[in-house]
Each structure stands twice: as structure tokens, then as C-alpha cells.
Design a binder for this molecule. Structure first.
Ligand code: ACO
Length: 326
């Protein structure tokens, strides 16, 4: 049976660091509040002219090099993002052009913070069906440009970055063992960016009402996230007939350290077996899981044969998980 195997990863974050102390100077907040409530100490923010495809290009180039592949070897590019360079062409098509990946089809997907794992679901499905064999999957965001820097309830949370993975078809008993994706559109109001689309096209009014920025009901979102992720990780392990003790590493979406700790507790996993980098980057939405995955690989936290569990929760609402045998 064919399945997708992640043969290489790459990631990129902008150089510019914004610390909690920097935020204390522009909004009514404190390093102590942000650290205690979220686990975030600092985040990366692009320079004015950098766009999502620029970050995606850096991460994808690193992953391609590590996979010893040329861009023209790739037959599909998927970019998960909620901060595309523009409405169209897609960020994936812009990336295809920058890379010179002339033999690839390219499209974007939007599943907010769950986007990378949604992309894994699609990529693995197309590899299993024999339609594609070498897929470049990227999660990339420039959230700083849709963040309301006057809203202390959201601006402390987000950061910019990109992560990439190359999937290749394999007949070995390793790679993506399962993917699980879910949505609940009835809770879409909890996290949204209402302006700039066909409902509220960009106008003087939408700008004055600050509709072109992310809005979030954080506390309600938090409760749904904890409940949903606990159910999701339990189901993912059951579907793969695995006990939590057989997992080598949990790689969660980095939204809030308290959500991460609650999920780890449900699995009975010690925090040493959970990958955490929220302190450095904050919530980078679709880029969060692939950046964490890449850092886990590069720091030797993942070895051949390990079972790792990826999970995420975000706007839509959407949530997703994947069990991967490395
Ligand atoms: N600094 C200081 N005080 C603050 C700040 C701040 N930055 N932000 C809010 N507060 C205050 C509030 O005004 C409130 O004060 P009050 O009690 O006087 O009214 C108090 O702190 C508590 O506010 P809560 O919103 O209840 O704080 P909570 O503990 O829920 O933490 C947070 C907020 C961090 C946003 C949390 O709810 C959270 O992480 N939610 C989940 C986010 C998430 O997972 N999103 C999904 C992915 S995002 C995506 O898809 C793009």
C-alpha cells in the first residue's frame, strides 16, 4: 500500500524579534500576564515589504535542499495560509514561480491553524491514490499584518513564520499512518477576519471599524479547543491501536501553553515528550506545526521508527491530527 512519507522539512522565521516588554510600551499589558496566560515570551515579525510567499520560499528551499530534490521534481505544491499574498493568484502559484517548480500543480488551502495538517490529509490522500508522488507542503503566515496592534486581547498572541515538508510516496511501513480532520462552521464567529472579502469588501468604513484585523473570543475558543483536542488525540491513538506510552513525541499547534499542557495531561504524556516553542514564536497559525516539526527533527528529538502525533485547532472552527511513523 502506498502512503506519504515526510522525507525532509525546513522552516524560516523573520529576524525581527518583538518581546513582551516591547508590547508593554504600546498596549496595557505585562510580560508577567502574557507569560502566565499564554507561555509566549517573544514572537517574530516581518519587515514591511516581506509577504507570506517570501517566508514560504525560504522554508521550501531549505526542505528541497535537505531532500536532495530539484524544484522541477515536485508534482504538487500546497500552501496552507490565512494570510495569502493576495486573493489571487494563490500563494502556492507565486511560490511555484519563485522556485521554478514548473512540473507542479499548485493551490492554497485555508483551515487557519489546522491548515498544515489539513494539507497533510490532502497530500497523503493524493499520494495513496497514486495521483501525486512528490508533494511540497508549506504552512506560512504573516499574521502581523492582520493583527490589531491596539487590541491587547489578540496582538500578544500572534507571530510570523513558515514551515515546509516534502512528502514522497513509499511502500514502506512508515510515513503518514492516519489523518483526522473536522470542522464546525457554526462556531466560526469565535475567530475571524471579517473585512476584505466579498461580505465586507475593503472600504474606508471597514478600515475605520477595524474589520481588516483578526477578532477572537479568546476565552470561549480556549474552552472548545481543550475539549476538542482531548477527544481528538484519544481517537487518533485508538484508530491506530496505540497506547500513549508508545508515542515518542507530541507536536501540538502552539496557541497557548495551557492548551498544550491540558492535551498532554489527557494523554498522560510527560511534558518532556511534548514539543514546545511557543515561547519563541507565539501562535503562527498554519506555520506553527511545521516549524515545530522541523525544529524537532533538527534537534534530534525524532528518530527513525518513532511514532509522533501532530494536532491543531483553529479558526473555522477546524481541528486536525495526524499520526506519523518516522
Ligand atoms: N494583558 C493584560 N490583561 C489582559 C490582556 C493582556 N494582553 N488580554 C486580556 N486581558 C484581561 C482581560 O481584559 C480580562 O480582564 P477582566 O477580567 O478585567 O475582564 C482578563 O485579562 C482575563 O481575560 P480572558 O480573555 O478571560 O483571559 P484568558 O485566560 O482566557 O486568556 C487568551 C486569553 C490567552 C486569548 C486565551 O483565551 C487563549 O489562548 N484562547 C485560545 C486561543 C486559540 O487557541 N485560538 C485558536 C487558534 S487562532 C487562529 O486560528 C488564527
Amino acid at each position: 500500500m502506498l502512503r506519504g512519507r515526510i522525507v525532509a522539512t525546513g522552516s524560516y522565521v523573520p529576524e525581527n524579534v518583538v518581546t513582551n516588554h516591547d508590547l508593554e510600551k504600546i498596549i496595557d499589558t505585562s510580560d508577567e500576564w502574557i507569560t502566565e496566560r499564554t507561555g509566549i515570551k517573544e514572537r517574530r515579525v516581518v519587515n514591511g515589504d516581506q509577504a507570506t510567499s517570501d517566508l514560504a520560499f525560504e522554508a521550501a528551499s531549505i526542505a528541497l535542499k535537505r531532500a536532495h530534490l530539484r524544484p522541477k521534481d515536485i508534482d504538487l505544491i500546497i500552501v496552507a495560509t490565512i494570510t495569502a499574498d493576495m486573493a489571487f493568484p494563490s500563494t502556492a502559484c507565486i511560490l511555484q514561480d519563485r522556485l521554478g517548480a514548473k512540473n507542479a500543480a499548485a493551490f492554497d488551502i485555508n483551515a487557519a491553524c489546522s491548515g498544515f495538517i489539513y494539507g497533510l490529509h490532502i497530500a497523503n490522500g493524493l499520494i495513496r491514490s497514486g495521483i501525486h508522488t512528490k508533494v511540497l507542503l508549506v504552512g506560512a503566515e504573516v499574521l502581523s499584518k492582520v493583527t490589531d496592534w491596539q487590541d491587547r486581547t489578540t496582538c500578544i498572541l500572534f507571530g510570523d513564520g513558515a514551515g515546509a515538508a516534502i512528502l514522497e510516496a513509499t511502500k514502506e511501513k512508515r510515513g503518514v499512518c492516519s489523518t483526522h480532520i473536522s470542522s464546525d462552521g457554526s462556531l466560526g464567529d469565535l475567530i475571524r477576519l471579517p473585512g476584505g472579502g466579498s461580505r465586507n469588501p475593503c472600504s474606508k468604513e471597514t478600515i475605520l471599524k477595524r474589520l481588516n484585523y483578526i477578532k477572537m473570543k479568546g476565552n470561549e475558543t480556549f474552552k472548545v479547543a481543550v475539549r476538542t483536542l482531548e477527544e481528538l488525540v484519544t481517537r487518533t491513538l485508538a484508530d491506530n491501536s496505540l497506547e500513549p506510552s508508545q508515542l515518542s513525541l507530541l507536536i501540538p499547534h502552539q496557541a497557548n501553553i495551557r492548551i498544550i499542557q491540558a492535551t498532554a495531561k489527557r494523554l498522560g504524556m510527560p511534558i518532556e515528550k511534548v514539543f514546545v516553542n511557543i515561547d519563541k514564536y507565539g501562535n503562527t497559525s498554519a506555520a506553527s506545526v511545521p516549524i515545530a516539526l522541523d525544529e524537532a527533527v533538527q534537534t534530534g528529538r525524532i528518530q527513525d521508527g518513532d511514532y509522533i502525533l501532530l494536532e491543531a485547532f483553529g479558526g473555522g472552527l477546524t481541528w486536525a491530527s495526524s499520526l506519523v511513523r518516522w
